[in-house]
Design a protein. Structure first.
Length: 91
């Protein structure tokens, strides 16, 4: 079994303003977490990091980037829906 946990960061003036943690488990790619500092939100930073994660999924032969989102995280749920993802298994 192959496990990888790459982390991608967004920088502005050499300061980390966001990150995305990916988990690759036997060529299934999950976006484990994504965080953008409040001052940098709604500026496309999260979308760029998400696109990077989607590209990694495609490079592993997947059409889907899997996500785990807490049911109370409405911002992430809205973000995923805006990016064409269906939300399922909300408990």
């Amino acid at each position: 079994m192959k496990h990888e946990y790459p982390i991608y960061v967004a920088l502005e003036n050499e300061k980390i303003i966001g990150y995305c943690v990916i988990r690759i488990f036997d060529d299934v790619v999950w976006e484990e977490s994504r965080y953008i500092i409040p001052e940098a939100r709604r500026m496309g930073v999260g979308s760029k990091l998400f696109k990077k994660a989607e590209n990694i999924a495609k490079s592993h032969g997947n059409e889907t980037l899997y996500n785990w989102v807490h049911p109370n995280n409405q911002q992430s749920i809205v973000f995923l829906k805006m990016n064409g993802y269906e939300i399922s298994n909300i408990l």
